[in-house]
Design a protein around this ligand. Structure first.
Ligand SMILES: Cc1cc2nc3c(=O)[nH]c(=O)nc-3n(C[C@H](O)[C@H](O)[C@H](O)COP(=O)(O)OP(=O)(O)OC[C@H]3O[C@@H](n4cnc5c(N)ncnc54)[C@H](O)[C@@H]3O)c2cc1C
Length: 457
């Protein structure tokens, strides 16, 4: 018996590790020239910055255990009191901030509750926030300028969801809050130290012999019309397997599913792949000669326009959140969602540096003495041919169709009970989609599915 695993990200490596343990023959085909997929550390100073996964969700799982065992949990956390909010070039004063903060906390609670309410859970976050925001504005006696500040705070509030869930706020179905579950009463995200996901990736990879991973091997077709499954690579080579585990990202499947499988995937599965959400967010690391931000600042949020005329959308509108790295003291991280990643992917580094320099110096000129960026580091997930976005979420379409799309995407293609094509990856985990934890768990599960079938013969 032999198995092909498509992809050497968290799901593929975890599946490979299991097959290795069970003594089942397998080959991992990885399209790019590196392992890790959306885990993508790069060496910086005395550690690694992360283009992709950075935090570990929950504690009752293998990834957290690896982080704990290897001493990767950070002693420093992002300080929630170190937030600085700047609207239209001015710091938001404490009094207004407090009023806003109360509204935001109570709205967060209401959104959680709405997500669990079957009558409301098909609505989206933007719609629901606007409803609460309108009531809030009506109940307060704000001056015109205070109201403008609050409207900008609302933009920042919605952007937090876009950053965290990688979904436009108006496509993020409230159901996500009910379905996503790390198995804990209060969801916690562990912050890691400067080795972070580099060490986690090393540990995942250490269990899989290198010669079983074929790098730069893009799979273009999986033909399951015969008794064996034929896996065809872009270089024309092909090989035969009994079963295949596909871990390509949902973005990749959305774009390539019609040519990747022969015969075509079952209609229900293809429809679920089309409906489910796959969003886009990214980080841009800004390197300075010296930090210009005060030590107490853990985040600066920026909204509004300074010195810009017209209302046409612009990249600057999506450059809202900047956080100092917790360990690389001269690095500020820009977290970008919405249309930002798409616009950024069209720019060269020098063009992007010019936009960022201008944005930060104009917006923050009355607050900080901002200096010039020396260099930036980024990975454009949206144009990475093997990712085509960042991670998945329950979209309006999935909510409205009232189908269990995660299960439909995960269900294997069976021929006479034999799992011929299995599907793993973050988008196939029912509770912890979006995460490395979910991705790794799904890989393990599909390797076990195949092993169980063959051992039952
Ligand atoms: C900016 C960003 C921040 C994130 N932050 C976090 C975080 O803090 N915590 C967290 O838990 N998660 C985070 N995630 C999500 C996390 O990275 C993913 O959920 C997880 O890494 C996905 O693993 P996977 O195995 O499902 O897919 P991938 O990692 O995408 O692996 C799939 C692999 O398959 C390969 N592949 C695809 N198609 C083919 C083909 N046709 N032929 C051959 N190879 C192919 C790809 O190159 C890739 O290596 C983040 C993601 C991004 C983009």
């Amino acid at each position: 018996m032999s198995v092909a695993i498509i992809g050497a990200g968290s799901a593929g490596l975890r599946a490979a590790q299991r097959l290795e343990e069970l003594g089942i023959s397998y080959t991992v085909f990885e399209g790019s020239n590196r392992i890790g997929g959306r885990i993508y550390p790069f060496s910086y100073q005395n550690g690694f910055l992360q283009y992709g996964a950075e935090y570990v969700n929950g504690v009752d799982n293998e990834i957290y255990n690896i982080a704990k065992k290897n001493g990767l949990l950070s002693e420093t956390e992002i300080d929630e009191d170190g937030y600085e909010t700047v609207v239209n070039g001015k710091e938001v004063n404490d009094k207004l901030y407090e009023i806003w903060d109360k509204f935001e906390s109570s709205t967060n609670e209401k959104l959680e509750r709405d997500g669990a309410n079957k009558k409301l859970s098909y609505q989206n976050v933007s719609q629901r926030i606007d409803l609460y925001f309108d009531a809030f504005i009506k109940a307060q006696k704000f001056t015109q300028s205070e109201q403008t500040i609050m409207e900008n705070m609302n933009v920042l509030f919605k952007n937090q969801f876009q950053l965290e869930w990688s979904s436009p706020a108006n496509d993020l179905c409230l159901k996500n809050f009910d379905i996503w579950d790390s198995g804990m009463d209060v969801d916690v995200e562990a912050t890691l130290n400067q080795y972070g996901f580099k060490s986690i990736l090393d540990e995942l990879a250490s269990k899989v012999p290198q010669n079983k991973i074929k790098l730069s091997s893009k799979v273009v077709n999986i033909d399951y019309s015969g008794s064996k499954v034929k896996v065809l690579l872009s270089n024309g080579q092909s090989s035969l397997f009994d079963s295949v585990i596909v871990t390509s990202s949902l973005g990749y499947l959305k774009q390539n599913k019609n040519t990747m499988f022969t015969p075509a995937l079952p209609a229900q599965k293809a429809a679920a792949i089309d409906r489910f959400g796959f969003g886009s967010n990214m980080k841009v690391f800004l390197e300075y000669a010296q930090p210009w931000w005060p030590r107490r600042m853990s985040t600066v949020q920026i909204s509004g326009r300074v010195g810009k005329v017209g209302t046409a959308p612009s990249l600057e509108d999506d450059l809202m959140v900047f956080q100092p790295s917790l360990w690389a003291k001269n690095v500020l991280v820009a977290w970008v969602a919405g249309n930002g990643p798409k616009e950024i992917s069209k720019l060269s580094d020098s063009q992007l540096i010019a936009v960022l320099n201008n944005h930060l110096t104009t917006q923050l000129k009355d607050v900080y003495s901002v200096t010039k960026i020396q260099r930036i580091y980024r990975h454009n997930w949206i144009s990475d041919e093997f990712a085509l976005g960042s991670y998945s979420y329950i979209s309006n379409k999935t909510c409205q169709s009232n189908t269990d799309d995660i299960k439909l995407m995960r269900d294997p293609v069976l021929i006479n009970r034999r799992p011929v094509i299995c599907f793993a990856g973050e988008h196939t985990d029912s509770e912890m989609y979006q995460t490395v934890v979910g991705a790794a768990r799904s890989g393990l599960q599909e390797a076990d599915r195949i092993a169980k079938y063959y051992s039952s013969l």
